[in-house]
Design a protein around this ligand. Structure first.
Ligand code: SAM
Length: 273
């Protein structure tokens, strides 16, 4: 059983259906990360925060001889993962206090570690779980300063009637947490122990279709704590005000699409053999 954890204030309940609306855009960075993993063979591979397993299946294809295990805290995501037959083991666990059964050659994590409080300490801990010569590969979104996420926090702070705040202190402080640090901080963390360390950022100019595609995008991910943390009337009010602000910040282009620039941080760290 998975207990409540402070990294998921207000309960970050996931909806796999929403998450898969923009599958191509979400999958691309995951596969680009996997392509940078410089090991040829593995006997044990973990995908942490595997979600509904889209990426885990690609990992299992790449490491055909390995035992591949997908770990996630969300029963909704794991139920979706299990719908597609695969040789992957799906395990429900909180990565914050997870330990591998034995030292793996690869620990992979796409768009998940930033959800966990003090993920910096966690990253070093995960790195130390690796077998000699093993690889830690992770990707996290650099969304904190993007207009969509700044507007999220602003709307929580002043989106109520007459500029009132929506939600309580716990929600405000959960949403104010800077999810992902600057690249140099991960470098300083891992460089002393890594035999090689590759950290890079990519900004994708995402072209999204639909009436309010950026709202739909964040509803599946970064907006989850707010959606889960506000009750009925406040949630409706939040969405109404936030939607208008998003429309102004990201105007729709001719031809009914919207551009959503999205920056991501990648790291591939190798443990000494
Ligand atoms: C944005 S989704 C990414 C899913 C998958 N890695 C992908 O790329 O499609 C983030 C996932 O991290 C999981 N997650 C968040 N916090 C977690 C934790 N503490 N332990 C395990 N999984 C967690 C969520 O349940 C969710 O499935």
């Amino acid at each position: 059983m998975v207990g409540a954890h402070p990294s998921r204030p207000a309960g970050t309940r996931w909806e796999p259906g929403r998450y898969h609306k923009f599958t191509d855009h979400r999958l691309r960075p995951a596969l680009e990360l996997l392509a940078r993993v410089p090991i040829a063979d593995a006997s044990l591979v973990y995908d942490l925060g595997c979600g509904s397993g889209n990426v885990t299946r690609s990992i299992a294809e790449r490491f055909a001889a390995a035992r591949v295990v997908g770990i996630d805290v969300s029963s909704e995501m794991l139920a979706r993962a299990a719908e597609t037959p695969a040789r992957i083991e799906w395990i429900q666990a909180d990565v914050a206090d997870w330990e591998p059964e034995q030292a793996p050659e690869l620990i992979y994590s796409n768009a998940a570690l930033h959800w966990i409080d003090d993920h910096v300490t966690l990253i070093l801990r995960l790195f130390r779980f690796l077998a000699p010569g093993g690889c830690l590969a992770a990707q996290m979104p650099l969304s904190f300063s993007m207009p969509s996420h700044v507007l999220m926090r602003e709307t929580l702070a002043n989106g109520g009637v007459n500029g009132a705040r929506l939600g309580d202190d716990a929600l405000a402080s959960a949403v104010a947490r800077k999810w992902v640090l600057d690249a140099g901080e991960y470098y300083d963390l891992l460089a002393p122990e890594a035999s090689s360390l590759d950290i890079w950022e990519t900004e994708y100019l995402q072209r999204l279709e639909g009436d309010d595609p950026i709202l739909e995008w964040v509803e599946a991910t970064g907006l989850r704590p707010i959606l889960n943390g506000l009750d009925g009337a406040d949630r409706e009010r939040f969405i109404e005000v936030y939607r208008e602000r998003l429309r102004a910040a990201y105007p729709r282009r001719a031809g009914s699409h919207t551009l959503y620039p999205f920056r991501r941080l990648f790291m591939v760290a190798m443990r000494r053999a």
